[in-house]
Design a binder for this molecule. Structure first.
Ligand SMILES: Nc1ncnc2c1ncn2[C@@H]1O[C@H](COP(=O)(O)OP(=O)(O)OP(=O)(O)O)[C@@H](O)[C@H]1O
Ligand SMILES: [Mg+2]
Length: 282
């Protein structure tokens, strides 16, 4: 019979109590595909056996619910105000991914009391214990809120298209994170490329500029081609990986998800992700 040493048991316990890996999906330019990437990668990661929750943190124009086909009366603002519990605003989708819907207009929840802030943090921290991956779909740009979510995450996936404006804006986000001394991993996902070669070239250009001018290593997450099936799926309020499970974009998204799932979990940001975020906001 195999014996288990105390050290092995301790390692096992540590592995089981591991906090979720927090992945922020960000971009400089709007409309590059962050919400679609967040939703579809979440489903692919769930298919790889991860427990995944997606948080819609695009407080200006929250629309993750549309892509997942969720009709929700309640969202984060109801939870923050204390009218609904976390369970009541967290929707389990048929793919197994849980979704926390965002809201439009942050003004409605600013200035909460210390007591309420502690309640929010304590409750949200339970997400870190109950999931392997927390994907945060942010809004475009380098606003305070977006940067706060990225700064508190373990890994920021910057999404760009091959357009020079989108590339420059992605570089600007990376620069802003570097100035703030972000210690997580940053990687680039090129979306809406016309070929894999074009996508790789975009990565080469942005990563070379990052290394040369700001001395930062930008990792490569992958390339997704422009594919009209993405918007056809959105029109049906379905993520493309569910609507077209056998198409090339679904295969590419699975490859990206597999790559992301192999990145070792950093032990720094995950534990206090929600504490940092909530304290920055209120
Ligand atoms: N690979 C793709 N091929 C074709 N169209 C795509 C692709 N990815 C996203 N789109 C389309 O681009 C548009 C913007 O996508 P999405 O809403 O995911 O971007 P976003 O970065 O989240 O935008 P915002 O900055 O407004 O939050 C949508 O119409 C979507 O269908
Ligand atoms: Mg979006």
């Amino acid at each position: 019979m195999a014996t288990t040493s105390v050290e092995e048991l301790a390692k096992l316990a540590a592995a089981n109590s591991q906090k979720a890996n927090v992945l922020a999906v960000a971009s400089g330019k709007g409309g590059v595909g962050k919400t679609n990437v967040s939703a579809n990668l979440a489903i692919c990661l769930a298919a790889l056996g991860k427990r995944v929750v997606v948080l819609d943190a695009d407080f200006g124009l929250a629309n993750l619910d549309i892509i997942f086909g969720i009709n929700s009366k309640y969202n984060l603002s109801h939870f923050i105000k204390g009218c609904r519990t976390l369970d009541q605003i967290c929707h389990t989708t048929p793919s197994g991914v849980d979704v926390i819907c965002g809201f439009s207009g942050i003004d409605s929840v600013t200035g909460v009391s210390d007591f309420v802030r502690e309640r929010i943090i304590r409750t949200l921290e339970t997400l870190s214990d109950n999931y392997d991956v927390i994907i945060v779909d942010t809004s475009a740009g380098i606003g305070r809120m977006v940067l706060s979510f990225c700064m508190a995450s373990d890994h920021t996936v910057l999404v760009t298209t091959p357009e020079p404006t989108a590339m420059t804006d992605a570089y600007t986000v990376l620069k802003a994170l570097t100035i703030k001394r972000y210690n997580g991993r940053v990687s680039l996902l090129v979306n809406k490329a016309s070929s894999v070669a074009e996508g790789k070239n975009v990565y080469r250009q942005v990563s070379t500029a990052a290394a040369q001018f700001i001395g930062v290593k930008l990792h490569h997450t992958g390339v997704l081609l422009r594919d009209e099936r993405v918007s056809l799926a959105v029109k049906k309020r379905q993520p493309v990986v569910l609507e077209y499970p056998k198409c090339s974009t679904t295969r590419a998204l699975m490859t990206v998800a597999a790559r992301l799932s192999r990145v070792p979990v950093s032990s720094t940001a995950g534990q206090s992700f929600f504490k940092k975020v909530v304290n920055w906001f209120f």
